[in-house]
Design a protein around this ligand. Sequence first.
Ligand SMILES: [Zn+2]
Length: 344
Amino acid sequence: MTDAIIGLPMLSFLLIPTVSSYSTSLNLLFFYLTWSTLVLSHPPLKVEIIASLAVRLLFYVFPSLFFLAFDAFVPSAAENLKALGDSALPLKKNASKKRTIALLRMVGWSIFNTLLGLTIQASVELVFTRVLLWRSALRVTTTLPLPWGIIKDLAKGYLLRELIAYTLHRYILHNWNHTVSLSRNHRDWYHAIEAPFPLSATYDHPLAYLVRSFLPMYLPALILRFHLLTYIFYLTLTSLEETFAYSGYSTMPTNFILGGMARRTDNHVLCDGEGNFGPWGLCDWLMGTSVGADVVDDVVAEADKHDVSGKVERAKGRVRRGVSREANGAKGAVTRRTRRRADD
Ligand SMILES: [Zn+2]
């Protein structure tokens, strides 16, 4: 129990303001009591939707809007931070009124799509519990998930997400004959932008958005029946990932994972959807559809940065020297012994 609570300080930060006064030093028992009170005193659907909405707003919509405002109002400073320079600026300097309105419309659709995803999540819960009279789609219980359980669920969830996202994006949204009208929508909406900009993670035709981003994120949670707290954590990480991967900035909190993802997201738009279909690039690497640096290049670059191969070589050298010294020592002993014997 103790471990479970220590593993969730951020979640408690998110959930506690919804029920009681904010406390900076969170005590473990208090968290458990708060969580049980929250679940016992409010309908589970309300807890799930308010928590999901809070996460989407705090970790995706607000930071993305902040980045977008920075790009729009301080373009000369933003330009230097963008990997693609001024071509990644959603509003060029002295943008026309028409362009500004077009951008505002895109922002509107992005926020609409984010809310659409939450509405679908709420509808699924309603259908499960009220119409089909099944148990809820996500686990909302007073018990807390253990850290190991959370890690296992997250690992399985992200692998499944990568697989679903890759398959749907490549085979449905990039069906090049455009026989599927969804693929035409994806081309005319998302692929009409010059480069990804903050908030473009959810910018697409609403149906294409559901297929490209919402379903790959939500289906794993549904299939694995995540505990609500695990889901909130998963949604937080995914929201942060979307905020940074679509920001277009060349500097990220962690260049290792996020930096690579951001460049692959840029490349998917720049090459008109020739490759880079999955969010993490794992399936693209396996299927040979990576454009630009793939996920393995990122790992190698990170290893070079930390000089992993140098460290391994040095360690090997030390072992080799140790072995030869021992061998020399043994040889020396033999010679000495022989000499001593000759003296006798
Ligand atoms: Zn695409």
